[in-house]
Design a protein around this ligand. Structure first.
Ligand SMILES: O=C(CO)COP(=O)(O)O
Length: 251
């Protein structure tokens, strides 16, 4: 089995001005030292350039939270791959449940975005999948997540998928303070790995980094990260404060 380096990324969602982002970066740079854990901040578009400059010369990655699948066009409010490449972002979240829920993101558009990113850039996609409360209560979480993965990765070759990050984010645990138990997180990350093995092969399934996301905080990070199949975390609220986020990285 491949040794995957733990990867803990922050998702700032729609928080922070440029000035606040810069203040975070200066403080976080001082704290993020002597750790083997990879990290990145996925920030609103307006802060990406600021963060790239602030983190230059460090190992701290910068990610976007969404991208359109066309290079350019009449798509008011959207951002394209060439625009992200110009800034030099390292990661891009694709298919976050908030995009699926509030901005009509579908498995079809997620698939187009993943193809665009993986076929035309080195930017690493962080694909988000996960079931809602109703689906979990009906015992359908495995089926839902398996179907999402199949549809989202449709037509992507093994070598491309191998460099992806997949985040299992149960919708009922996002921003609710309700965390999936370490066992639930571990089980679902293991399921994702089995689906990858079925769709591709053991090599791919060994290489893909699988994160858990949903109310991760310093207090529960150790338990979650110690589950065999969980390689990292995608952190919302607790990534907004440098010391809290560092508390998770130092799980
Ligand atoms: O959606 C999330 C990360 O993408 C999780 O958000 P919270 O950590 O705030 O629950």
């Amino acid at each position: 089995m491949a040794l995957r380096i733990p990867f803990i990324a922050g998702n700032w969602k729609m928080f922070k001005t440029n000035k606040e982002a810069l203040e975070f970066a200066e403080e976080f740079k001082k704290l993020y030292q002597d750790t083997d854990v990879k990290t990145a901040i996925c920030a609103p578009f307006t802060q990406l350039e600021t963060l790239k400059k602030a983190f230059a010369g460090t190992c701290i990655g910068v990610g976007a939270q969404n991208m359109h699948f066309e290079d350019e066009g009449a798509f008011t409010g959207e951002i394209s791959l060439p625009m992200l490449k110009e800034i030099g972002v390292d990661y891009c979240i694709i298919g976050h449940s908030e995009r699926r829920q509030y901005f009509a993101e579908t498995d079809e558009t997620v698939n187009l975005k993943l193809k665009k990113l993986l076929n035309e850039s080195d930017i690493v996609p962080i694909l988000c999948v996960g079931e809602n409360l109703e689906q979990r209560e009906a015992g359908k979480e495995s089926e839902i997540v398996e179907n999402q993965i199949k549809a989202d990765l449709d037509g992507l070759s093994a070598d491309k998928v191998a460099r992806m990050v997949i985040a299992y984010e149960p919708i009922w645990a996002i921003g609710t303070g309700k965390t999936a138990s370490a066992e639930q997180a571990g089980e679902m990350c293991a399921l994702i790995r089995r689906v990858l093995e079925k769709l591709y092969d053991e090599d791919v399934c060994d290489q893909v980094t699988i994160q858990y996301g949903g109310s991760v905080k310093p207090e529960n990070a150790t338990e979650i990260m110690n589950m065999g199949e969980v390689d990292g975390a995608l952190v919302g609220g607790a990534s907004l404060k440098p010391d809290k986020f560092m508390g998770i990285i130092n799980f």
